[in-house]
Design a protein around this ligand. Structure first.
Ligand SMILES: [Zn+2]
Length: 245
């Protein structure tokens, strides 16, 4: 059976956040992932004629849940988020854990628990559609900072992510690609693939273009965090990145 069709939208917000909009083309039901703000999201939905039925949150950080209350008040939408962070997700209605199913119309995601950036961080993997909303766990050529979890936990997420089919499309929540690409090339100056990707990213950002989403296949060969051989190598790289400028 063919996967249900979907439409996707993206709203840049704050300094470098991306708010993803997802709609089941067959039922018209729509969701917004990690709304940092409410006004621009409500405007965008109004402009395209979609209705916000749901908010899906990946973790509690204010730049991911800041729009929850205003959007819920305006639309009466349902808010789904990580059970482990329920007390810090404004307006949460549905608490989810590893393996739970979340539906947007006919689109279905399985919830992954991906601790590290925050301890309760989750991702929404729409397996039949090959798309993954990953929040602040994986970025183009980078990964999330370890604010609450350990390098071992985050490395476990990398192992899980790189085992996905190469055509899975990943939707991170921040435009960090240029800084990440510069870091990667500084770490591996002899790597031609990294240099090529940096050039593509520089060109895109010079024209203020979005560099996301990305595919697992591309990240597998150009994201050093995803390519780390063990948790110790991952931890070293994360520490170097934390002090890189
Ligand atoms: Zn965050």
């Amino acid at each position: 059976m063919a996967a249900p069709r979907f439409d996707i939208g993206c709203i840049p917000a704050l300094t470098d956040n991306y708010i993803w909009l997802l709609r089941c083309s067959e039922t018209g039901e729509a969701a917004v992932i990690d709304p940092s703000v409410d006004g621009p999201v409500l405007n965008a939905f109004r402009n395209v004629g979609w209705e916000v039925g749901q908010i899906l949150n990946t973790h509690w950080h204010p730049d991911h849940v800041g729009g929850n209350a205003g959007i819920k008040e305006a639309t009466g939408c349902t808010i789904t988020g990580p059970a482990a962070e329920a007390d810090r997700i404004p307006g949460i209605d549905v608490q989810v854990r590893e393996g739970d199913r979340v539906r947007v119309g006919k689109l279905e995601a399985v919830v992954w628990e991906v601790p590290g950036h925050t301890l309760g961080h989750i991702a929404y993997y729409f397996e039949d559609n090959g798309m993954l909303f990953i929040g602040d766990t994986l970025f183009a050529m980078g990964c999330g900072r370890l604010f609450e979890g350990t390098a071992e936990q985050m490395y476990g997420n990398m192992v899980r992510l790189r085992a996905l089919p190469e055509d899975v499309v990943v939707y991170p929540a921040h435009e960090y690609t240029l800084a990440n690409a510069r870091f990667c090339v500084a770490q591996r100056p002899g790597d031609q693939l990294l240099k090529q990707r940096l050039a593509v990213v520089e060109e895109a950002r010079a024209r203020d273009m979005n560099t996301l989403p990305v595919t697992i296949g591309e990240e597998r060969v150009t994201n050093p965090f995803l390519m780390a051989h063990d948790a110790a190598e991952f931890a070293r790289l994360r520490a170097v990145k934390d002090s890189f400028s």
